[in-house]
Design a binder for this molecule. Structure first.
Ligand code: ADP
Ligand code: MG
Length: 348
C-alpha cells in the first residue's frame, strides 16, 4: 500500500469511480458523505458519514488524508476553505466559489470573452416581469441545482402567472437556446498549459438529464476546436488542478455557447474509462496527487447510456456481450430521475 491518502467529499457514483482509479494507482481513499448510504463506500478504504458543515467530523476527516478533492460542487465554500487551511483542496476552493453559483459562473465566463446564453440575476418577482425579453427561457436557482433540479422552463410569459417560487433563494433567468447539439469538453490540467484533453463528447439530454454520450461527436471540426480552446482558457484562468468539464450548446445557426462548468469529473466522461488508456478519473487522481502527466491514447469509439430510475431493474438481469460494459451504482433506493447505472457500448 502507498502512503498517500486522498480525501473525497461526496460519495455518489463519481466518488466510486474515483476510488476505483485511486486503487489502481495504489492510493488510499477516505470518502466523506452526508448520505449514510453513499455508494462510494463500497470502493473507498474508509467512509465518514457526516454533514458538510459538521466541523468536528470534518476535522476527523482532515487528520486522515493528505490531499482533498470533491465529486460534486455543492459543498459549502466555508468547509472547503476550512479544510484548505490544513490540507490542500484541489481544485482550490476559490474555483468552487465561482462555479457553484450560476451567476458568478456566467459572469466569469463572459469576463474571459467567451459566450454564454443571455442571462440576468433574479431576486424578486418584479425582476421577471422586467426581463420578459429572455422568455422563452429557463429560470434556475443559482445554487444547489443538478440534473434539471431547481429549474423552471418558461415557454411563454403567461407561465409566470402560475409560477410559485421561493424568493429567499437567488435565481438566474437564461434565454432558451434553440438547440442543435450539446457536447462537452473534458480536460485534466496539471499546471499552466499542461493539459490532457479528451476528444469532444456529444451529449443528448432527456428532461434536462443526460441520457446519451458518444464519441466521436458529429459536429463541425471548427466549432470543436474553438470549444477546446475555450476550455483551456477557462482551466488556465481558474488556475485549475484536476479534471474539469465544460458543457456547450450549439444553436441552429451554429453559434457556440458555454452552458456550464463542472469543477470535477463528469457523467459524460464515463466513456473515457473504456476508450482511453487513462480515464478522466485516473487523470484527476494523478493531477491532484502531483504525478506526472501521461500522454493520452485513444483506444476506440463508444456510446454511453445513462440508466435512470427503475430502468435499472431490467439492466440488472440482462446478459452483456464483450463490447458492452454495465456499471451498477448499487444505490440502495431506486428513485424517479435518479442515475442508477450506465452502460458503455464499445464501437471499434
Ligand atoms: P444542470 O446543472 O442540471 O446540468 P444545466 O444548466 O446544464 O443544469 O441544464 C440541464 C439541461 O437543460 C441542459 O443540458 C439543456 O439540455 C437544458 N437547458 C438548460 N438551459 C438551457 C437553455 N438556456 N437553453 C436550452 N436548453 C437548456
Ligand atoms: Mg448541466
Amino acid at each position: 500500500m502507498s502512503e498517500l491518502t486522498i480525501g473525497i467529499l461526496g460519495g455518489g457514483q463519481l466518488g466510486s469511480l474515483l476510488c476505483l482509479s485511486a486503487k489502481k494507482l495504489n492510493i488510499n481513499t477516505v470518502v466523506y458523505c452526508n448520505d449514510k448510504d453513499g455508494p462510494a463506500q463500497i470502493y473507498s478504504n474508509e467512509f465518514i458519514f457526516g454533514d458538510y458543515r459538521d466541523k468536528t467530523k470534518i476535522q476527523e476527516f482532515i487528520k486522515k488524508v493528505d490531499v482533498v478533492t470533491y465529486e460534486f460542487e455543492n459543498i459549502p465554500y466555508e468547509t472547503l476553505d476550512l479544510i484548505n487551511q490544513y490540507k490542500q483542496v484541489k481544485p482550490k476552493p476559490a474555483v468552487n466559489k465561482i462555479v457553484q453559483h450560476r451567476l458568478y459562473e456566467k459572469d466569469f465566463v463572459n469576463k474571459c470573452n467567451i459566450s454564454t446564453t443571455r442571462y440576468v440575476s433574479i431576486k424578486e418577482k418584479s425582476d421577471l416581469n422586467a426581463n420578459i425579453k429572455l422568455i422563452p427561457g429557463f429560470l434556475k436557482t443559482c445554487k444547489l441545482g443538478y440534473d434539471g433540479k431547481g429549474q423552471y422552463k418558461l415557454n411563454n410569459v403567461s407561465d409566470l402567472e402560475s409560477l410559485n417560487i421561493d424568493f429567499s433563494k437567488e435565481y438566474i433567468l437564461e434565454k432558451m437556446i434553440n438547440l442543435k447539439k450539446e457536447f462537452s469538453i473534458i480536460l485534466t490540467r496539471y499546471g499552466h498549459s499542461i493539459h490532457s484533453v479528451y476528444e469532444p463528447i456529444e451529449n443528448e439530454h432527456e428532461n434536462q438529464i443526460l441520457k446519451y454520450s458518444k464519441i466521436p461527436a458529429n459536429i463541425d471540426e471548427r466549432i470543436l476546436l474553438k470549444a477546446k480552446d475555450w476550455a483551456s482558457i477557462i482551466a488556465d484562468d481558474l488556475d485549475y488542478i484536476g479534471t474539469i468539464c465544460v458543457e456547450y450548446f450549439i444553436d441552429k445557426n451554429d453559434n457556440l455557447y458555454v452552458n456550464e462548468i463542472a469543477p470535477r469529473v463528469h457523467n459524460s466522461g464515463h466513456l473515457t474509462i473504456n476508450t482511453y488508456n487513462i480515464s478522466q478519473f485516473e487523470n484527476h487522481i494523478r493531477a491532484i496527487c502531483g504525478l506526472e502527466k501521461q500522454e493520452l491514447k485513444k483506444l476506440c469509439n463508444a456510446k454511453m447510456i445513462n440508466i435512470i430510475g427503475d430502468e435499472i431493474v431490467s439492466y440488472r438481469s440482462k446478459k452483456y456481450s464483450d463490447n458492452e460494459i454495465f456499471f451498477d451504482y448499487e444505490k440502495k433506493e431506486i428513485k424517479r430521475n435518479r442515475k442508477m447505472g450506465h452502460l458503455t457500448i464499445i464501437q471499434k
